[in-house]
Write a protein that binds this ligand. Structure first.
Ligand code: UDP
Ligand code: MG
Length: 312
């Protein structure tokens, strides 16, 4: 019998766990041909989440949990799931029921047809503000235009991955993680399933614009060095233009001894060159920062306690 692991990251979700398990079990209890494991990754919750998970495990032996020593963020929690799951396939799903468990059977049947990465694609984004929808659109557009890898639109982490993908993902251990980008990057046979994204059922979203911006920046800079090149493309014409102007003013000044306020030009040039340099330094700094992070080779998460051992 094939085994499917359902990996659920949790951060302060005491109100959601029960609701989630109810809906999930309604679905998977009907899939009698598969063995399921529900693997919760407690991402350093400060509320009663872990205690609830322990109670749930007593009632249902399909449940396991990994509890991280602090909040490492959803990306690291998913990686812990990747390291610990041992099934033939894994499904990542949010606990807040924004990802409807009801489409899991469809994911599985697509997997059985040979697709290795069956991802859920949002038809609608109910419950998301206009601003969030707009920024999401802009983000996908930007990310796609700077990379040659196909980026799946309107797709989150809700997906089924074959063991082959999991093994591939285990080797992608960069620190500035962006799962969306990494899922695209690993390739494999992909298939989209459309669904309506529902509003969160209880609790609060753990995202704010600062976190989202960070994630978006990670997505772009971890994918490509083209922002670096863009700055050069912008920098060169700007420099040429200013050398041109500089020469023009110098000639004018020498031949006609015209009194153009030379000081002003100098000030202007200094400002502009300084501006260009700052932009370039900023971009170089961003990459340097990443090199710094990667060379530390720190573990991406630390486990405090677990109810199962890590898969080989
Ligand atoms: N989550 C997590 N660690 C974090 C933030 C979130 O494990 O630092 C989990 C959270 O419990 C939920 C999922 O990631 O299961 C998605 O989070 P959320 O619903 O807050 O994100 P949104 O749907 O608003 O993008
Ligand atoms: Mg959510």
């Amino acid at each position: 019998m094939k085994k499917i692991d359902i990996v659920v990251p949790i951060f302060n979700e005491e109100d959601m766990i029960g609701l989630f398990l109810n809906r999930l079990c309604n679905v998977i209890n009907n899939l009698k041909n598969y063995q399921f494991e529900i693997l919760f990754i407690d991402d350093g919750s400060k509320d009663k989440s872990l205690a609830i998970l322990k109670e749930c495990k007593k009632l249902d032996n399909r449940i396991n949990y990994i509890s991280l020593s602090r909040n490492f963020g959803k990306e690291a929690a998913l990686l812990a799931g990747i390291d610990y799951c041992d099934g033939d396939a894994v499904i990542f799903i949010d606990v807040d029921l924004q990802d409807p468990p009801e489409i899991i059977p469809e994911m599985i049947s697509n997997w059985e047809e040979g697709y290795e990465d069956v991802y859920a694609q949002r038809k609608t984004r109910r419950g998301d503000s206009f601003l969030k929808k707009l920024t999401a659109k802009l983000y996908y557009f930007t990310l796609q235009s700077v990379t040659s890898v196909d980026i799946q639109k309107d797709t989150g982490d809700f997906r089924l991955l074959d063991r082959k993908c999991i093994d591939a993902l285990k080797n992608v251990r960069e620190v500035a993680r962006n799962s969306k980008g990494i899922f695209s990057w690993i390739g494999f046979k992909k298939k989209a399933i459309l669904y309506d994204r529902e509003p969160r059922k209880a609790g609060k979203s753990k995202w704010n614009y600062k976190k989202l911006f960070r994630l978006a920046a990670d997505g772009i800079t971890s994918f490509t060095i083209s922002p670096l090149r863009t700055s050069i493309y912008i920098g060169i014409p700007v420099l040429i233009t200013f050398f041109g102007f500089f020469a023009y003013y110098l000639i004018n000044h020498n031949t006609f001894s015209e009194e153009i306020s030379f000081q002003n030009i100098i000030i202007l040039l200094i400002l502009l060159f300084a501006g260009i340099q700052i932009i370039l330094f900023g971009i170089i700094g961003e990459y340097l920062g990443r090199i710094f992070l990667e060379t530390k080779h720190r573990p991406l998460y630390l486990v405090r306690e677990e109810s199962k051992t890590k898969a080989k």
